[in-house]
Design a protein around this ligand. Sequence first.
Ligand code: G3P
Length: 218
Amino acid sequence: MKFFIDTANLREIEEAHDLGVLDGVTTNPSLMAKEGIKGKSAILAHYKAICDITDGDVSAEVISTDLEGMIREGEELVKIDPKIVVKIPMIKEGVKAISYFTKKGIRTNCTLVFSGGQALLAAKAGATYVSPFIGRLDDISFDGMDLIHQIRTVYDNYGYETQILAASIRHTIHIMKCAEVGADVITSPLSSIMGLLNHPLTTSGLEKFISDAQKLNL
Ligand code: G3P
C-alpha cells in the first residue's frame, strides 16, 4: 500500500519524506489556504516546491467547475512537473474532464467521491486515482470503510486499473483498515502516519534494554 501525505505544509512533507516511507502528496484548495498561499503564481510555485521534495505523485486540484476551465487549469498544472496528477471533482463536467485527460495521457485523481457509483464512473472515465473520503462519511454515520470495500470489489470484478486512494483519513485505525481491505493508497495527515509507530510495549521494552545495556560496561 502506498503512503501519500495529505497536506500542503512543506515541513510535514519533508518529515514524512525523511522517514523514507512517502510515496506521494495530495493537496486541495482548503489545505493550500491553510498554508496561507495566495495568488496564482504563488500556488504554482508551491506545487513545484512540493514536487521538489517528494519522488512520488503530487495531486493538484482544479478550482473550475466547467469543462473548459478544468481543462485549461489541468493543462497548466501538468506543465509544472511530471509528478503532477490533476485532481478533479466528481461532478458531470469533471467526468468529462477525466475522459479528456485520459485520452491525452494526462493522469487524474477523481476527488470528493462518496459512493460506489461515483467510483465506478471515475474508473470508466479512466481516472488514475479515485479518492473516497472515509472520514467525512464516518462524520455523518456512514461507515467509510464499507465504501472502500465496495469499490475494491467492483474494481476487482472488472479489472479496473484505477487506484483506490483512501482520503479523509483521521487516525491510524483508518490506515490499518484500508490495508486490510486492499486500498491501493492512503493519503493521511502526518500525525496518523506517525501514530503507526507507537506501542507502549515498544517504549517500555526499549527503556529496559537501555537500562540493562548500561550494566554491560560497553
Ligand atoms: O484528501 C481529502 C482530505 O483532505 C479531506 O480530509 O479531513 O478534510 O475530511 P478531511
